[in-house]
Design a protein around this ligand. Structure first.
Ligand SMILES: Nc1ncnc2c1ncn2[C@@H]1O[C@H](COP(=O)(O)OP(=O)(O)OP(=O)(O)O)[C@@H](O)[C@H]1O
Length: 662
C-alpha cells in the first residue's frame, strides 16, 4: 500500500519533512556543529504536541486504571542490567568495511545485497519489479545501482529462503552467509569484517571512580520492577495492579535513520501490569472492551504470507486463543482506543504477533501495534507478556522477596520432607562452619531430601556438598539430624506475578500521527499547495489563532481581551497580527495544525461578536463572545465536533471566508 495523505493524495515526504523543519516541530540536535545521527530536538509545536499526547496517555491509562506512576532514574548500575539480561543480550550484529571504515548492521547488509542481486536477476529476466514496502528498521543505505545479472533458479530460491529468515541468524551465521555468497559492500566492492555483537546500551561510570559501571537505561521497565515490593505495599497488597512510567530511554542504534522512527534517545511510556499467573490471567474490565474490533495479524497468518486480515472483536480473539489471555487482550484493545483518541488513522493500524524466534529473551507472547507510514509498517507500541522473568531474576540475584503473599481462604495441607537439626550438638560439632553447613542443609530441595533420608536410614550418616568448608564435602551423622516426611498446614499462598507490558515509543507515535493527519490544499491565487495538519483539537499544539482584520488600533483591546479569556479557560492561543492577508495567516497556522481561528473585525468592535473558523472545512460561524468561547471549550475538550457547532451557531459568509478546498 503506497503512503497517502488524509485526503488520499500520494504523500510527498520531502515536502512534509521540509514543512516540519520550517515550522520547527523537530530539528536535528547540534545542527550548527554538523549534527549527530539519531538525536533530535523538539521545537515549540513539537513539544506542545508531545505534551498533549502524553497528557492524554496519562489520563487514558494511569488515571482511568488507577495505575501507580513512578519516575525512576535513567542512570542504572551495570549489575541491574546484567541481571535483567541486557548486558549479555541487548545487542545487534555489526561489521566493518576494512576499506572505508563504514559500519554496517550485519543483517541489513546481507539483506540489501541479496535483494539487490534478486532485483538484478528480475531485470535480466525482464520481470516487472514491484516496489515493496520499506521497513524503516532496515532502511536502505544509498548503494550503487545493481547490474542486471541472471541467477540460477536454485540460487534464487536459496536467496529467497535466506531473506525470509533474516531475523533468525546469529552473528556467526551471518558471517557464514557473507563468506558463502561472497557479499561485498556495494560502495567499495570489499567484503566486510566478520560480524561482532554490538551492545546497544550507552555505558558510563557512576561517580568519580571507575569501579561503579553503569548504563543509560534502554527501557523504563527495570526501575519499575525494582520498586515492585514497595508498590505492592503502597497498593495495600491488592492484586492485580499496574505501575506506569514516562521517561527517556537510550539506545546506541548502529545506524539511526528514518527521522524520529529510529533515534538514540526517545521518550517511552511503559506500563507493567502485574497479574496472578493462575486462573487464566483474567481481567475484571475485559467486558468493557470485548466488542472492540482489531486487525490481528497472528503468527499463522504471517507464515502463510498473508498481510491482510479482517477485523475481529477482541472477545472472539481471546475466546478462540488467537490472543493468549484476557489481560493481554484488554490492553491491545485499550491501546487501539488510545491511538484512535489521539487521531491515528484506524485504517493504518494493525496488531502483529511476534514470531517465536523474534521475541525478546523474556517474553512469553508479544503483539506490536504497527502504524502504516511512508516508511512502511512501523512498530509503535509493543505489548508483551514478560511472564515472571524479571521479578524472578532480580529476586534471585538480590534475595529481595519480589513475590505476592495471599492469605488462603481455606488453609491447605502440604506433605513434604522436613529437616530437624539437633542445635545443641550441631554448633559445637561444626564450630565456626556451623552456620554455613546449616544454610546448605536448609537449602536442600525436596527431591534431594528424599534421597538423603534413605541414605541416613541405611548408613547412619549423609554426605552433603558445602562450598568453602573443608574439601567441599561434609559428613553429618544420625545423632545431629532427622529427615522425615511430615504434613504442614499452609495459610498463605506465595507467587511471583506475571507481567503484561504495553510499551509505547511516543516519538514514533508522534511521527505517524503527523503523517496520518497531513494533507494539502490549494491556496487562493494559485499559490503552491499548502499543508494542513488535521490534528483533533485536544491534541493540536495550539488551539486557537487570533487574527485581527488589520492593524487598526480599535482591534487591539479586543485582541488582548480574547487572549486573556482563552488563557483563563486554559486554552492555548496565538496572535497573528502580521500584515499578510487573513487567508495567508490562516494557511500558515493550518501547517501547525491549529484547529480554530477567531477573526476580530469592525463588527466585533461594534457588538462583541466574533467569527470562529474551522481549520479543516474553512467554514465559519459568527456569535457573541460567550457563545464563541463555549464552542471553543467544548471542541478543545473533545465533547463536541465542528458539525455540532455548525448546527448551533449561525454560519458566516463574510469577506474572510478563504482558501476553498480544491
Ligand atoms: N531507536 C528507537 N527510536 C525510537 N523509538 C524506539 C526505538 N526503539 C524502540 N522504540 C520504541 O519503543 C517501543 C518499545 O521498545 P521495544 O524494545 O519493544 O522496541 P524494539 O522491538 O527493540 O524496536 P525495533 O525492533 O524497532 O528496534 C517500540 O515500540 C518503539 O515505539
Amino acid at each position: 500500500m503506497a503512503a497517502t495523505t488524509l485526503k488520499g493524495q500520494p504523500l510527498d515526504r520531502p515536502v512534509l519533512d521540509s514543512m516540519l523543519r520550517r515550522r520547527m516541530f523537530y530539528t536535528p540536535s547540534f545542527e550548527i556543529y554538523g549534527g549527530v545521527a539519531g538525536l533530535y530536538d523538539y521545537g515549540p509545536p513539537g513539544c506542545a504536541l508531545l505534551a498533549n499526547v502524553t497528557d492524554i496517555w496519562r489520563k487514558h491509562f494511569v488515571l482511568e486504571e488507577d495505575m501507580l506512576e513512578v519516575d525512576c532514574t535513567a542512570l542504572t548500575p551495570a549489575e541491574v542490567l546484567k541481571t535483567s539480561g541486557h548486558v549479555d543480550k541487548f545487542a545487534d550484529w555489526m561489521c566493518k568495511d576494512p576499506k572505508n571504515g563504514e559500519i554496517l548492521r550485519a543483517d541489513h547488509f546481507v539483506e540489501e545485497v541479496l535483494e539487490a542481486r534478486l532485483k538484478g536477476d528480475k531485470e535480466a529476466r525482464g520481470v516487472k519489479i514491484e516496489e515493496k514496502e520499506e521497513d524503516p528498521k532496515k532502511k536502505k543505505r544509498k548503494v550503487k545501482a545493481t547490474t542486471a545479472v541472471k541467477l540460477d533458479d536454485a540460487v534464487v530460491k536459496e536467496y529467497e529462503e535466506v531473506l525470509a529468515k533474516i531475523d533468525n541468524y546469529n552473528g556467526e551465521e551471518l558471517g557464514q552467509l557473507i563468506k558463502k555468497y561472497e557479499l561485498k559492500n556495494p560502495n567499495t566492492g570489499v567484503e566486510p569484517s566478520p560480524p561482532v555483537a554490538f551492545n546497544l546500551m550507552f555505558q558510563t561510570s557512576i561517580g568519580p571512580s571507575s569501579n561503579a559501571p553503569g548504563y543509560l537505561r534502554p527501557e523504563t521497565a527495570q526501575g519499575q520492577f525494582l520498586n515492585f515490593a514497595k508498590l505492592l505495599e503502597f497498593n495495600q497488597h491488592q492484586m492485580p495492579f499496574a505501575s506506569a512510567s514516562i521517561g527517556k530511554s537510550f539506545r546506541n542504534e548502529i545506524s539511526p535513520r528514518a527521522g524520529l522512527l529510529r533515534v538514540r534517545e526517545f521518550l517511552m511510556a511503559e506500563i507493567e501490569h502485574y497479574v496472578d499467573p493462575e486462573g487464566g490471567k483474567k481481567h475484571a474490565r475485559f467486558d468493557e472492551v470485548k466488542d472492540v474490533e482489531l486487525v490481528l495479524l497472528n503468527r499463522h497468518t504471517q507464515l502463510a504470507g498473508q498481510t491482510h486480515v479482517e477485523k475481529v472483536s477482541i472477545g472472539k480473539a481471546v475466546a478462540d486463543g488467537t490472543v493468549d489471555n484476557e489481560t493481554l487482550g484488554y490492553f491491545l484493545a485499550r491501546i487501539q482506543l488510545f491511538l484512535e483518541k489521539i487521531g491515528v488513522d484506524q485504517s493504518k493500524l494493525r496488531f502483529r504477533q511476534h514470531m517465536a524466534n523474534e521475541m525478546a529473551h523474556y517474553a512469553a507472547d508479544c503483539w506490536d501495534a504497527e502504524l502504516l507510514t511512508s516508511y512502511g509498517w512501523v512498530e509503535c507500541v509493543g505489548c508483551a507478556d514478560r511472564s515472571a522473568y524479571d521479578l524472578t531474576v532480580h529476586a534471585k540475584k538480590t534475595g529481595a522477596p519480589l513475590v505476592v503473599r495471599q492469605r488462603l481462604e481455606k488453609p491447605i495441607s502440604v506433605e513434604e520432607w522436613q529437616i530437624e537439626l539437633d542445635k545443641k550438638k550441631f554448633g559445637p560439632h561444626f564450630k565456626k562452619d556451623g552456620k554455613t553447613v546449616e544454610a546448605a542443609i536448609e537449602a536442600l530441595p525436596q527431591e534431594k531430601r528424599e534421597v538423603l533420608a534413605k541414605e541416613l536410614e541405611s548408613t547412619g550418616k549423609i554426605i552433603i556438598d558445602v562450598e568453602g568448608v573443608g574439601n567441599g564435602k561434609v559428613e553429618v551423622s544420625k545423632d545431629l539430624i532427622v529427615i522425615e516426611r511430615r504434613t504442614r498446614v499452609e495459610n498463605t499462598r506465595e507467587f511471583t506475578p506475571n507481567v503484561i507490558e504495553p510499551s509505547f515509543g511516543l516519538g514514533r507515535i508522534l511521527y505517524a500521527l503527523i503523517e496520518h493527519n497531513y494533507w494539502t490544499r490549494g491556496s487562493e491565487g494559485g499559490d503552491e499547495a499548502r499543508g494542513v495538519l488535521s490534528f483533533p483539537p485536544p491534541v493540536a499544539p495550539t488551539k486557537v489563532l487570533l487574527v485581527p482584520l488589520s492593524s487598526h488600533e480599535s482591534f487591539k483591546p479586543l485582541l488582548k481581551h480574547m487572549s486573556n479569556k482563552l488563557r483563563t479557560l486554559g486554552v492555548s492561543s496565538r496572535v497573528d497580527d502580521s500584515s499578510a492577508s487573513i487567508g495567508k495567516r490562516y494557511s500558515r497556522n493550518d501547517e501547525l495544525g491549529t484547529p480554530l481561528g477567531i477573526t476580530i473585525d469592525f463588527q466585533s468592535v461594534k457588538d462583541s461578536t466574533y467569527t470562529l473558523r474551522d481549520r479543516d472545512s474553512t467554514k465559519q460561524v459568527r456569535a457573541d463572545e460567550d457563545k464563541i468561547l463555549a464552542a471553543i471549550k467544548s471542541l478543545v475538550e473533545g465533547t463536541k465536533v465542528w458539525a455540532d457547532i455548525e448546527k448551533e451557531l449561525p454560519a458566516f459568509e463574510g469577506q474572510d471566508a478563504e482558501v476553498p478546498i480544491r
